[in-house]
Ligand binder design. Structure first.
Ligand SMILES: [Zn+2]
Length: 57
C-alpha cells in the first residue's frame, strides 16, 4: 500500500513508500526537493531544512 502526498515545493504528487516512517526524508521526484514526512496519518510533508554535509568527526 502506498499513499500520496503533495510536494510543498512544486505541488507534484509524491509517492510515500509503504514502509515510510515519520521524520523520514524523501526526495520529490519532480523537483528534487528534500521532504520530511512530518505525519503519516494523514500524510504531511514539509521541506526539510537544507543540511550541509558537515557531519565532521
Ligand atoms: Zn517537488
Amino acid at each position: 500500500m502506498t499513499s500520496n502526498a503533495t510536494c510543498p515545493e512544486c505541488d507534484a504528487d509524491v509517492n510515500i513508500p509503504a514502509d515510510a516512517m515519520e521524520n523520514e526524508l524523501i526526495a520529490c521526484a519532480d523537483c528534487g526537493a528534500e521532504l520530511e514526512i512530518i505525519s503519516l496519518d494523514p500524510v504531511e510533508l514539509e521541506l526539510a531544512p537544507e543540511v550541509e554535509e558537515d557531519w565532521g568527526e
